[in-house]
Design a protein around this ligand. Sequence first.
Ligand code: ITT
Length: 199
Amino acid sequence: RRLILATRNEGKIKELHAILADAGLDLELVGADAYPDIPDVRETGVTFAENALLKAHALAQATGLPAVADDSGLCVDVLNGAPGIFSARWAGRHGDDKANLDLLLAQLADISDPHRGAHFACAAALALPDGTERVVEGRLTGTLRHEPVGTNGFGYDPILQPEGHAVTCAELTPAEKNAISHRGKAFRALVPVVRELVS
Ligand code: ITT
């Protein structure tokens, strides 16, 4: 039985493969890249959960197979939760991780350490072709560095230092990040739901 991973973000795909493999799901995981003719859905939701459901439904409808999707982002306390759902295109061009990170650091240049709180958020959605849907969320809280450090991961990983850690997400190994991340928490919570609804 196939389960579609409704994302074209390479960083997410790698992490989802590892997180779902660890969960021992007896499903063939197939990225949205296997369906290049299916157009990207417009992310018109105003929450991570809404956008994750839009992406999961679009792939489930187009393929006739169950699909899971991830909508995620970085929420900065002093920016009232921005970039939030706009994290992938904060600097204008969708998926330009370096430009997004550089712009955010510039915007926070005058913000001192006690005020640099932030969290990663992830909504993990499951949609079935019959319209059934479920969504769960996970968070990783921490503080933002003044300079990027580390080369692992993707997106804003080089600037987010998780609470209780002395290094950034980009200095953690993939397994260490998945163990504590927003994505790890959300998808581990989704696994029993997948087990129940996808057989
Ligand atoms: P899909 O819609 O195809 O899944 P996307 O990259 O457009 O890919 P989102 O709209 O959910 O996905 O944007 C997520 C952005 O949030 C991503 O581009 C990163 O900039 C940031 N982000 C999410 N999770 C992250 C993580 O674990 N580490 C670092 N940055 C992350």
